[in-house]
Design a protein around this ligand. Sequence first.
Ligand code: G6P
Length: 492
Amino acid sequence: MSTDTAAPLVLVSNRGPVTFEDDGSMSRGTGGLVTALTGLASHRDAVWIASAMTPADAKRAQEAGGRPIDIRTPTGGEYQVKLVASDAEAYDGFYNIVANPMLWFIQHYLWDLSNAPDIRRHEIDAFDYGYRVVNEDLARAVIEEIDGREHPVVMVHDYHFYLLPALVRAARPDVFLHHFVHIPWTQSDAWRVLPNRLREEVFRGILANDIVGFHTRSYRRNFLQCCEDLMGLEVDHEAGVVRYEDREVWVRAYPLPIDARATLQVARSARVRQFETELLRRRRDHLILRVDRADLSKNVLRGFSAFDLFLEQHPEFAEKVTFVAQLMPSRTDVPEYAEYLERIEALVAVVNHRHGTPDWMPIQLKLRDDLEEAVAAYKHYDVLLVNAMFDGMNLVAKEGPLVNERGGVSILSENTGAHEELGEFALSVNPFDIQELADAIHSALTMGEGRRAERLDGLKAIVTERDPGDWIDEQLADIRKKAGVDLGPPVG
Ligand code: G6P
């Protein structure tokens, strides 16, 4: 259903809401963001433009002849998806060299200044003939979509498309561009590892937006400071405004909530119950859980080292506690990620060998992405470990407490976006301090029932305050305020 009076809306993200399989079938992305944006798209005259990420996606895009594909939502709504297949080599440079690891590392302070990754001809070429080309491909698709339409609104997602806004603005100066960055925005010195020309292009690209949104006030602050330090621009820190080329760019914080209703529904499903039965059959007295993509920013190795230290310092917990780590392999064509997985497996083997007994394996490593299996474990953990070095938001920190039934304690890195909202009711840790992490595991496992329940109730209250529909509405309200554009009724 679209609202005829509303402005045309285009959403842009690298990973789209649906993926096609070789047999022509389609699977939907999960998570609050996809749900929220799908809700937005299906209630408006909207097209969602995304990269074709698999050969089957590219085939489907080709069959569609460049036209948008109609998608029905599970709730009977409808929206359109346009998949853009870029040249394979260009896409490889875009995804596996520039977006990850280059920009991802810069934006999580993962760049090892004394070591690789270096920037040489290869990386510069990947920027010029990969990252820029894919940005141009999707920009072209956006421009085509809004051609002949009045007051178009384009909402761009994440670090894959920093160049796209300037390309769209050049073709359509009247467009309203809103860009949400889902990962941290680091302080200005972290950006100095990017060659000056590339850095300037990134900033000129993102400053072509009318509004730039982040998960937290601290990323917003860093972005404003970068505009001053690296671009020499006039910035109003209080108001969150950057003046750039006779325009005002609004910089805002909109923390992403989880879809509590949907997560609770998954928690009641039969498949989750099956996983629970299995989990309870094998459980020891205590369960520590982590659920993450196998990403360097998640700090998985230090988490295992802390558990190792905890077992060494508290031998009374031997055979009484299991650490379940559900890690989804990610970006495995990037050498740093492939190597990270190997290091994870090696460390798990060492810790299990050091402390394990014939019928107790201290760490259970599950290298897969299974939402129901994760949700089953969420219900029964005693400790949820979220110790990311830096993390844009971290939705696991919100989903876990929502469904937990055991007074589970959250250990939460102070460098996650979620910490700005949840810190008060979690055990906050400095993710680099392994001893502090080991102590936090001990405090969590020995905490009295009353204090555990109090903390968990506090977390549950916060994570159910807003939902992804509210998150979208907050952004639409700012778009309305800045542009006077009507995008139809609220989503939340
Ligand atoms: C982060 C990013 C998203 C990205 C996701 C998974 O959450 O903010 O843009 O889609 O990681 O990464 P992937 O490379 O698999 O899309």
